[in-house]
Write a new protein. Structure first.
Ligand code: SER
Length: 336
């Protein structure tokens, strides 16, 4: 008999490691993880890990022969800055990889006669505000507003959301007999900040870089202007939100895609909190205009009232608590 598993792609990434730790601690499921990068030490032994490319079709045929995939957390992606340097590769991983996994989930749903749960993290990068004036006027955007991404990553994520919703509702809509659909659910994350990992290839990375540099006594030059504000979230809230959406009763969900918010903060305000925690840290601002433009096109904050209403979303960490109770104590320990 095939073994029932939860599959996590992109398991070596920031959200991946945090999610694997949390699910392994719950201890009630078999976890299969994969990533093109090696498995980080912090999650070793918590799952069956495969170092593999999600574009490897043969791998998936082998996987379904051995495992019955009940749930997929599809986290593998190239983030916004990295994707601008290799847009074609980003499209392959972010779009073709997602399409392949959705097809696999659709086939598995039909085969089991029960929907496979497909969890997909999207991003504030799906938004594209055309100028600062508009950004000020539409400071808390709803899911369907300003969906004009300016990056390959943002385009890929927006299309991933649409593809997932299609597979959820309309896949094979003209077939004589509709197969069992997969159950697609998506959280649109703000910039994420972890005490344990530093992101690579994102545009919101300045927040994490500033904090981790300060904790190591290093000076930091921020690549966006002091006044630039976007929404951020502490990693524990990011993990909570995707797990809470995954366990929400399906009949309560009126949408497939939900904004999740926590706090909006400017780069200068992050600097102030960092300097308060690590007095004497030298933080300067030297905008890289191209990278700054990307972050500038993202909203100041997101309206997450749909998530709050439909499945009770409520972040636990505002900016002050994120620093005081999560980042500072854990980061200090890490670099001591
Ligand atoms: N953190 C991501 C990035 O900067 C946004 O989702 O690309």
């Amino acid at each position: 008999m095939r073994k029932k598993v939860t599959l996590i792609t992109g398991a070596s990434g920031e959200v991946g490691t945090a999610l694997v730790e949390r699910l392994a601690a719950e201890g009630n499921r078999r976890i299969l993880t994969m990533d093109v990068h090696p498995e980080p030490d912090s999650i070793k032994g918590m799952s069956t890990f495969l170092q593999a490319d999600i574009l490897d079709k043969n791998l998936f045929s082998r996987l379904v022969a051995e495992y019955e995939i009940e749930t997929i957390y599809h986290l593998a992606a190239l983030l916004s800055t990295r994707a601008e340097f290799t847009p074609e590769t980003a499209h392959k991983v972010n779009v073709e990889g997602t399409m392949m996994l959705l097809q696999l989930a659709a086939e598995q749903s039909a085969w089991r006669g029960e929907p496979v749960l497909f969890m997909f993290p999207s991003s504030i990068a799906v938004y594209g505000l055309p100028d600062l004036d508009t950004k000020q006027r539409y400071s808390r955007v709803r899911e369907w507003e300003w969906n004009y991404p300016t990056t390959m990553y943002g385009c890929n994520k927006l299309y991933g959301e649409m593809l997932g919703s299609y597979f959820n509702k309309n896949y094979r809509q003209l077939a004589a007999e509709r197969p069992v659909m997969l159950d697609f659910r998506c959280v649109r994350y703000p910039g994420l900040i972890s005490a344990f990992t530093v992101p690579t290839g994102g545009t919101s990375d300045y927040a994490s870089e500033m904090i981790h540099a300060a904790a190591q006594g290093k000076a930091y030059t921020c690549f966006v202007r002091e006044g630039l504000a976007i929404p951020f979230m502490a990693m524990p809230d990011a993990v909570d939100s995707i797990l809470e959406l995954a366990t929400a009763p399906r009949e309560k969900l009126r949408h497939q895609v939900y904004n999740v918010g926590a706090f909006s903060i400017s780069a200068g305000e992050i600097r102030d909190l960092v300097v308060k925690a690590f007095p004497g840290t030298e933080i300067t601002f030297q905008p890289d205009l191209k990278r700054q433009n990307i972050a500038e096109s993202w909203p100041i904050d997101v309206d997450d009232s749909a998530a709050r209403r439909d499945w009770g979303w409520e972040p636990k960490f505002d900016a002050v608590r994120t620093f005081a109770e999560y980042l500072i104590p854990n980061i200090k320990k890490r670099y001591q």
